[in-house]
Ligand binder design. Sequence first.
Ligand SMILES: Nc1ncnc2c1ncn2[C@@H]1O[C@H](COP(=O)(O)OP(=O)(O)O)[C@@H](O)[C@H]1O
Ligand SMILES: [Mg+2]
Length: 230
Amino acid sequence: MSPDTALGPSPSGAGSPAQGGAPLDLSSATLIGRGWKRDCYLHPADPELCIKVPSAEPKGTRRFRERFIEWRTGGSIGDQHNAREWAAYRRFGNLLAAYLPVYHGLIATTRGRGLLIDVVRDADGAPSAHLKDWLRDKPVATAAPLLTQLNGLLDLLLRHEIWLMDLNLTNFVARIDAEGAARPMLIDIKRIADNKELFQVSGWSRTLMRRKLARRIARFHAKVEMTQNG
Ligand SMILES: Nc1ncnc2c1ncn2[C@@H]1O[C@H](COP(=O)(O)OP(=O)(O)O)[C@@H](O)[C@H]1O
Ligand SMILES: [Mg+2]
């Protein structure tokens, strides 16, 4: 199986080059989220699935580095982020499984190559709220169990030196289960670079790198607190 082909159940085979399907038509698909470089659509034939595709109008400043990458790879930055995220899932998916939806792989769509993922929904079927929206105004006691689990996830990232490209609250949702308990789920696991690349580029010692990652995680904790306190 090539890493560029879909692993998962694309219902009609559409979009899966391995099955000789046509690109999945997203022209009338429902948009469920808009990120910095990618848009997320509901799968037109399966409401359990969504597809992240490169955004037609990426947000944020288009830095020289981004334009250089696009020129070098011949693909958009959103496409590159999808490839990075799929690679991260294949590497760390098992380790982080308790906090992740299932990812099914890269598929061809009419909006370019997309990443097929299970939609994170609450037990009642509603799409789970962004962590930022869920946390806002939540009494400390209500938020505490979710924050304990979030700390567990952050510890895993630190222990295994996993550098997510952005560690911010919009990359998490709060999934509510049938008992009403909330669980933090990570919906964007693309990494900055392979750890190997980081070591080569930076030349930092492992200790320094870990310290920097710990600071990053501490900043994330601060963002969580600020959101909670309004
Ligand atoms: N598995 C998912 N289930 C539900 N919504 C999702 C899922 N993955 C992404 N989204 C939605 O799509 C948005 C953009 O995805 P994201 O990966 O953060 O894009 P970007 O990296 O370009 O910012 C998210 O903020 C969220 O609203
Ligand atoms: Mg994001």
